[in-house]
Design a protein around this ligand. Structure first.
Ligand code: ATP
Length: 368
């Protein structure tokens, strides 16, 4: 009987509970034992009560819950080999032969490393007499499958990460609220959204709310960005627009790598000798990450969780570690490290569509 463990790692994202629910139930449905590792890699390193067997009813009602009910953590110990040795020991002691991890690129990189090192970790445990040859014998290789849980949508090779559409929906809802007061008072709002390295949320929110101007890390601004932004906003104002919305990703910067902060933008918009707009800054912060998952994320987490369990059951020692993706509306398996590596070099948000055109459809752009 296969024993499959599921854990969530890195930053939480809406839909992670859907993944856990789907994996636990699919594992049980296929005659396996399902386990949850609480608190991400921290739980794997600590073992004991952090690793719990799950029954069908244990995940009842989880699909609509936000965050991750089995906890997540950033685990320093797992970066070091002694931490991974402990984690390997806890896996063997619990009889776990497969691990499904839902997290960001860091968590998946850690998973890949763990699998690559697995034989040497077990050898070390035998050499130090912590485990016997008989105890490790059934665990010749480590079966790992990744799922991408992240609000940033920052992994290459998948159309959407689990949680990104929930965060986007929340941002759009918040911008709608802010717009009401912006219009009423004829104000400008600078709205900071999450995204240190990936501007998908800021870009999509800009398109989806018809924002006046956006700043994203993938499009470092030229020297004249101040003039450019002010000219666009001035034009919109002259055409009678009573509200101004500027969306800025946390990691926005100019072409020299200098951070473009909401305060810098605020100063420009409010400048008495310039636009002189009554300007406020709103940092959306963690409301973007919390709350229940939208329908898309519930669907994605369930379909991908099912596929992850299938992948684990079909895996052989020769199978490359895979990550479950969605491309062109199909749930597919992809080589995990290829997807992680590509993420570092591809500005996914920019390559997919004609965003310049989409942004130029802002309501007043073509009416002058
Ligand atoms: P997010 O997208 O929310 O930042 P993430 O999964 O990328 O999620 P990280 O903090 O990078 O978040 O990674 C989560 C955990 O994964 C780390 O705390 C660490 O325990 C483990 N991990 C990350 N990278 C490695 C690595 N190179 N080797 C071993 N473990 C790693």
């Amino acid at each position: 009987k296969k024993k499959i463990a599921i854990m969530t790692s890195g930053g939480d994202s809406p839909g992670m509970n859907g993944v856990v629910r789907a994996c636990v139930r699919m594992a049980i449905h296929l005659g396996c034992d399902a386990f949850c590792v609480y608190e991400g890699y921290e739980g794997l390193v600590r073992g004991g009560d952090y690793i719990r067997k799950m029954e069908w009813h244990d995940v009842r009602g989880w699909l609509s819950e936000g965050g991750t009910l089995i906890g997540t953590a950033r685990c320093m110990d797992f970066y070091e080999r002694p931490g991974r040795v402990k984690a390997a020991k806890n896996m063997v002691l619990n009889g776990i032969d497969a691990l499904i991890i839902c997290g960001g690129d860091g968590s998946l990189t850690g998973a890949d490393r763990f699998r690559a090192e697995w034989p040497s970790l077990l050898k070390e445990l035998v050499d130090t007499k912590e485990l016997t040859q008989e105890e490790i014998a059934p665990y010749a290789y480590l079966n790992i499958v990744g799922l991408v849980g992240s609000i940033d949508n920052d992994l290459s090779g998948t159309d959407a990460t689990i949680g990104c559409y929930s965060a986007l929906a929340r941002i759009c809802e918040m911008v709608d609220y802010i717009e009401a007061t912006a219009s009423s008072h004829s104000r400008a709002f600078v709205i900071e959204v999450m995204g240190r390295h990936c501007g998908w949320l800021a870009l999509m929110a800009g398109v989806a709310t018809g924002a006046d101007f956006i700043f994203i890390p993938e499009k470092p601004r030229e020297d004249n960005w101040r003039d450019e932004m002010c000219a666009v906003i001035q034009r919109h104002r002259k055409l009678g627009k009573r509200k101004t919305i500027v969306i800025v990703a946390e990691g926005a910067h100019d072409r020299y790598g200098n951070h473009i902060s909401p305060e810098m933008i605020h100063k420009l918009l409010a400048d008495k000798d310039g636009l002189a707009l009554d300007t406020r800054i709103t940092t959306l912060g963690h409301v973007q990450r919390g709350g229940t998952a939208v329908a898309y994320d519930r669907m994605l987490s369930t379909l991908q969780g099912v596929e992850a369990v299938r992948a684990v059951i079909e895996a052989t020692p020769e199978t490359e570690t895979c990550v479950i993706a969605i491309t062109e509306n199909k749930i597919v398996r992809k080589p995990l490290m290829e997807a992680v590596q590509a993420t570092k070099s591809v500005a996914k948000a920019i390559e997919a569509h004609d965003f310049d055109l989409a942004m130029s459809l802002r309501d007043t752009e073509f009416s002058d």
